[in-house]
Design a protein around this ligand. Structure first.
Ligand code: SF4
Ligand code: SF4
Length: 152
């Protein structure tokens, strides 16, 4: 059994690339900074990304969805993986789980990559703290505005 002192993110999560988290769930928020990164990755300009791949959700901007409900960048995998928004990078190691670790099991109901068997609350909390710390250190090197979706 893995202890919380040794557990890493891969002990409790391994993405199965099913795409479920890239469908629906209320949209993936993107900041101006995200849009610039996506534009650079696609070799285009931010205005083109904004027009072709985003839509408004209230006073925020989200990635557009295709008619089938999937994110516009989902095509059997994330086609902008290196520059996907923070909320997609973080999943499932998100702040919500730190606030209420029981959310891990609830989220696992729709994400087959999240493991629950033999995984204690202490292990979940330790892993989420580690992975979030890693993501935040990465973002300190490559600054990125925060976003709020729980998605891959
Ligand atoms: S993070 Fe979970 S829901 Fe999303 S693609 Fe991976 S296994 Fe599927
Ligand atoms: S991981 Fe990629 S395809 Fe999935 S919602 Fe995020 S940007 Fe879209």
């Amino acid at each position: 059994m893995t202890s919380e002192n040794r557990a890493s993110g891969t002990d409790i999560f391994e993405c199965e690339n099913c795409g479920t988290c890239c469908k629906g769930f209320g949209g993936t928020y993107v900041s101006d900074e995200h849009i610039k990164e996506i534009a650079a990755f696609l070799g285009t300009d931010p205005e083109t990304v904004r027009k072709r791949y985003t839509e408004a959700a209230g006073n925020k901007t989200v990635l557009a969805q295709k008619p089938d409900g999937y994110c516009v960048f989902w095509d059997k995998h994330c086609t902008i993986h290196p520059v996907k928004p923070r909320m997609c990078r973080a999943w499932p190691f998100i702040e919500t789980v730190l606030r209420a670790p029981e959310n891990w099991r609830i989220m696992a109901g729709s994400c087959p990559g999240m493991k629950t068997t033999g995984i204690t609350t202490q292990i979940v909390t330790a892993c989420v703290e580690r992975e979030l710390g890693r993501l935040n250190r990465h973002n300190a090197i490559l600054p990125e505005a925060p976003s709020t979706k729980g998605s891959a």
